[in-house]
Design a protein around this ligand. Structure first.
Ligand code: GLA
Length: 392
C-alpha cells in the first residue's frame, strides 16, 4: 500500500505543539519547503544542462521565533537523530560568518544557510524542524531543510529583495561548504520554485525555468523508496563531476552542455578512457531526453515521455554507473506491469528512490508486484506535483 502523506497543515500543527512543549512559548513564524522527485535530467545540473523535477507534497516545516541574545536553539522531531542543538550566531559585524561544524549532521544545513545567507546577519532564534521527507532517501530532504531555513531567516530579518535564484545558490553553497556535498542546483531550485500541477524544466546554465503543466487524473507518479543507501554517493558523486569536466576539457568546451553526439564520436576516435567517454555520452543523451521529454509532457504524450524515462534509467545504469541492483530491480518489477509508462532511478543514485509514471488505476498493482517480488522493505508514495516553498 502507498504510504499516507501527512498534509502540510497537519505537519504545522504538530511542529507548533512541539514548539509549545519545548519552549513554553508560541511560534510566530511558519515556513515550509518541499522535497522533490526528478522526472528527467539526472546529473546534468552540474554540467550546465537541463533537469525536469517536480516538487513533492512531502515537506520540511519550520516554526520559529526571534529571541534576544546570540544563541540559536533548535529542536527536531523524531525524523532526525540527536534532536536538540544550540549554537552561537555570528556577531552583527562579523566579517566571516563561519559557525563551527560540530553537533548533529542535520544542523550543518541550518548552519550552512545562516553562514551563506544574503543580507544582514539574522538575529538569534528558537525553532522546531519537522519533516515528512524521508531523510537521506534521495528526495532532497537536505535541500528542503536548507530552503525552509532560508525562508525562516528571511522572516527573521524582514529581508525582501533577494532574487530566488540567488537564494537557491546560497542554499547550494551551504550544502557544499557545510555538508561537503558538491551538489548541483536542481534540488534547491525546485524546492523554491515548484508549482502545483507542474513539472519544472530548469536550464542550469541560465538559471531560468519553464513550468510544464502536468495534471491528468489518469496518470500518477509513483515513488518507490528502496530504503537502501549505499554510502557511495558521497564518494562517487565528486568523481562523476570530475570525469565530466575532464571530458569537457578534452573537447575544449566550457561544459558538456555544449557537447553533442559528434563530440562523443570524436572522443571515441581519439581512444578516450572508456569511463570518461560513457559519462559524457550520458550527459549528452540525457540533455536531449530532458528537452524532448518536456515537449512530450506538454503534449500529454505520456507514452513517449515514459519511454524516455526508462531510457534515462538505462543510461544512468550503463553509461553513468550510478544505479545499484536494488534500483534496477525496482525499475524492472515496475515495468513488468501493464499500464506502466516508464520508470527510472531518481537523484544521485546508489540507493534512494525510483520514479514510475503509471496509469492511476494500475498504481496499486505495481505496488503489489514489487511488494511480492522485491527482497527488501520499500516504501511507496503516490504523488502529484505540489507547491514550492512558502511562508505561511
Ligand atoms: C543529487 C544532487 C543534484 C543532482 C542529482 C542528480 O540529488 O543534489 O544536484 O545532481 O543528484 O541528478
Amino acid at each position: 500500500m502507498a504510504a499516507k502523506i501527512v498534509p502540510i497543515s497537519v505537519l504545522v500543527e504538530e511542529a507548533k505543539k512541539v514548539f509549545r512543549d519545548e519552549f513554553e512559548d508560541e511560534a510566530d513564524i511558519i515556513v515550509f519547503a518541499p522535497g522533490r522527485v526528478n522526472l528527467m535530467g539526472e546529473h546534468t545540473d552540474y554540467n550546465e544542462g537541463f533537469v525536469m523535477p517536480m516538487a513533492l507534497p512531502l515537506a520540511t516545516v519550520i516554526v520559529g521565533k526571534k529571541i534576544d541574545g546570540n544563541e540559536v536553539f533548535i529542536h527536531t522531531t523524531s525524523n532526525f537523530s540527536e534532536q536538540k542543538t544550540k549554537f552561537e550566531i555570528p556577531g552583527k559585524n562579523a566579517l566571516i560568518r563561519a559557525i563551527p561544524r560540530d553537533g548533529p549532521k542535520w544542523a550543518m544545513y541550518v548552519k550552512g544557510v545562516i553562514a551563506n545567507y544574503i543580507g544582514e546577519i539574522p538575529p538569534a532564534f528558537k525553532a522546531v524542524i519537522h519533516s515528512s521527507v524521508p531523510i537521506g532517501g534521495g528526495l532532497s530532504s537536505s535541500a528542503s531543510l536548507e530552503v525552509a531555513t532560508y525562508l525562516l531567516l528571511d522572516e527573521l530579518t524582514g529581508s525582501k529583495g533577494t532574487m530566488v535564484t540567488d537564494k537557491a545558490l546560497a542554499c547550494q553553497k551551504a550544502e557544499h561548504d557545510y555538508a561537503g556535498m558538491p551538489c548541483g542546483i536542481m534540488d534547491q531550485f525546485i524546492s523554491f520554485m515548484g508549482r502545483k500541477d507542474h513539472a519544472l524544466l530548469i536550464d542550469c546554465r541560465q538559471l531560468t525555468s519553464t513550468l510544464i503543466p502536468f495534471k491528468d487524473e489518469n496518470i500518477v507518479v509513483l515513488i518507490t523508496n528502496s530504503n537502501v543507501k549505499h554510502e557511495l554517493t558521497q564518494s562517487e558523486y565528486p568523481i562523476r563531476r570530475k570525469q565530466c569536466y575532464e571530458a569537457a576539457m578534452i573537447l575544449k568546451k566550457v561544459s558538456l552542455r555544449d557537447a553533442n553526439l559528434e563530440d562523443i564520436e570524436y572522443l571515441r576516435s581519439i581512444n578516450t578512457d572508456n569511463n570518461i567517454l560513457s559519462r559524457a555520452r550520458h550527459i549528452v543523451t540525457e540533455n536531449k531526453r530532458t528537452t524532448d521529454g518536456a515537449q512530450m509532457l506538454k503534449q500529454m504524450n505520456y507514452k513517449k515521455f515514459g519511454e524516455l524515462m526508462t531510457e534515462s534509467h538505462y543510461s544512468l545504469k550503463n553509461d553513468y554507473s550510478v544505479s545499484c541492483s536494488e534500483l534496477d530491480t525496482l525499475v524492472e518489477l515496475a515495468l513488468e506491469v501493464e499500464g506502466v509508462l516508464g520508470s527510472k532511478m531518481t537523484g544521485g543514485g546508489f540507493g534512494g528512490c525510483t520514479v514510475t509514471l503509471v496509469y492511476a488505476h494500475v498504481a496499486e498493482k505495481v505496488i503489489e508486484n514489487i511488494t511480492k517480488k522485491y527482497k527488501g522493505n520499500p516504501t511507496f508514495y503516490i504523488c502529484k506535483p505540489s507547491q514550492g516553498a512558502s511562508i505561511l
